[in-house]
Write a protein that binds this ligand. Structure first.
Ligand code: ZN
Length: 120
């Protein structure tokens, strides 16, 4: 008896592409990805939290976030609410008015970002 040709006998390219992080098909995967399509989870984004004095006032500056994989606007909103301060997003980060460096480092760590304080 001759074997039926299998539907998935072909090259590995014919298999559905699954996400290595969540195991779902790429189309169903909601894992954060960078612009390149590479997985980019919070753990892959080494956030740096520094502070600068501008016109005599401290500004906490968060950099090192991937602007595609991380929703900077949403994160900025959360940080501003947690710090009860104003702020804004930049091309690759977030600025919060006032010196909230330690609080922001601690909070980013709870989200899974390997955050570190930077600068003096
Ligand atoms: Zn995934």
């Amino acid at each position: 008896m001759e074997q039926m040709p299998g539907l998935f006998d072909g090259s590995p390219l014919e298999r559905p592409v699954t996400c290595p992080a969540c195991g779902k098909a790429r189309g169903d995967c909601a894992c954060p990805r960078a612009a390149s399509g590479q997985l980019c989870r919070p753990a892959d984004q080494p956030a740096r939290v520094g502070r600068e004095k501008r016109r005599g006032k401290w500004v906490t500056v968060v950099t090192g976030l991937d602007p595609i994989a991380t929703d900077l606007k949403a994160l900025s909103k959360t940080l501003k609410a947690r710090c009860s301060a104003g702020g804004s997003t930049t091309d690759d980060g977030i600025e919060v008015q006032g010196d909230h460096r330690d609080a922001i480092v601690a909070y980013l760590k709870t989200l899974g970002y390997p955050a570190k304080p930077s600068g003096g």
